[in-house]
Write a protein that binds this ligand. Structure first.
Ligand code: ADP
Ligand code: F6P
Length: 323
């Protein structure tokens, strides 16, 4: 006997590659177990607009390989208010929906936590390129975003080494340096500037100069947007070592597009299935994740109140290897 009979799923906040694979897993797992499933269009905004439709097996056909989200996403101010949250809960109740799966980032989890406290059986799936959700090793979309950055840096290296220049690349990550860290390690960046680790432009500039003096033909600085604008970092380097001729590239929303990597599709599929099975077992108010290969469900309250730990070991490794 399942604890839920009718569930809904929504995607919210910044979209991420693999959200579609997660929606597919939620819908097909629910239907496989005889549970009705509804899609809420445009996140919490769509919930407040009562934009909810029933989904069937075919609604999620041909989407596992697609970036973006067929349910679309939105940022919704009204849902930040207690009245908005109560209205959202009431709309779900009016449909007889007894479980909700929210796929999104930190803000979306805050909303899911509020709904859960209003008595809606809610589960969170970590869908964000930022990798800033705790109690999961990786979030859905992070691996793909890192691949996009690494591919861009490979291309920049070609032209930078031809001209013996350096490249400052600004990547996404509002409060979290993980995209810069993982992409930096994977692409051999000389400097990785993240909000979690203090840095000095003097040191970054001197390191670049030293590397050029030692025969390097190019130099890459990855800047997480959380530390400031890549352009300002670039200007700081130009002031100190103009000979390096740095150029700035802002990768922007390109990082949120493209086909999800197999790792993201597998993560999304496992988590989507897990969230539905948890609701069926009467578990709710949890954020789902995978830690060391194991599926875990952690109280959303704890998830939203725990800052994800920055991996200093990887940061130091990247610094050592990029001499
Ligand atoms: P992400 O989920 O990618 O971090 P946002 O931070 O923009 O994206 O959050 C997505 C949406 O979640 C917001 O537009 C808002 O509707 C809802 N939300 C964010 N923070 C809260 C909060 N503290 N309480 C209720 N809802 C919230
Ligand atoms: O949270 C995901 C994210 O892509 C952040 O990395 C970035 O700062 C933000 O969303 C961009 O938001 P928007 O799509 O509203 O410009």
């Amino acid at each position: 006997m399942s604890a839920v009979k009718k569930i809904a799923v929504l995607t919210s906040g910044g979209d991420s590659q693999g959200m579609n694979a997660a929606v597919r897993a939620v819908v097909r797992t629910a239907l496989y177990h005889g549970i009705e499933v509804y899609g809420v269009q445009r996140g919490y905004q769509g919930l407040l607009n009562n934009d909810i439709r029933q989904m069937d097996i075919r609604s999620v056909g041909d989407i596992i390989q697609r970036g973006g989200t067929i349910l679309q996403s939105a940022r919704c101010q009204e849902f930040r208010t207690a009245e908005g949250q109560e209205k959202g809960a009431e709309i779900l109740r009016s449909h007889g929906i007894d479980g909700l799966i929210v796929i999104g980032g930190d803000g979306s989890y805050q909303g899911a936590n509020k709904l859960s406290k209003l008595g809606i059986k809610t589960m969170g799936l970590p869908g964000t390129i930022d990798n800033d959700i705790s109690f999961t090793d990786f979030t859905i979309g992070f691996d793909t975003a890192v691949s996009v950055v690494v591919d861009a840096v490979n291309k920049l290296r070609d032209t930078m080494s031809s001209h013996e220049r350096s490249s400052v690349v600004e990547v996404m990550g509002r409060h979290c340096g993980d995209i810069a860290l993982y992409a930096g390690l994977a692409s051999g960046a000389e400097s990785i500037l993240v909000p979690e680790v203090p840095f000095s432009i003097d040191e970054v500039s001197q390191r670049m100069k030293h590397n050029f003096d030692c025969g390097k033909r190019h130099s890459i600085v990855l800047v997480a947007e959380g530390v400031g604008k890549g352009e300002d970092i670039c200007n700081g380097i130009i002031e100190r070592v103009p000979s390096i001729e740095p150029r700035v590239t802002v990768l922007g929303h390109i990082q949120r597009g493209g086909a999800p990597t197999p790792a993201d599709r597998i993560l999304a599929s496992r988590l989507g299935d897990f969230a539905v099975r948890s609701l069926m077992e009467g578990i709710s108010g949890k954020g789902c994740g995978i830690i060391n290969g194991q599926l875990v469900a952690t109280d959303i309250d704890l998830v939203v109140n725990t800052k994800k730990e920055f991996n200093m070991e990887l940061y130091e490794l990247a610094t050592r290897l990029s001499q």
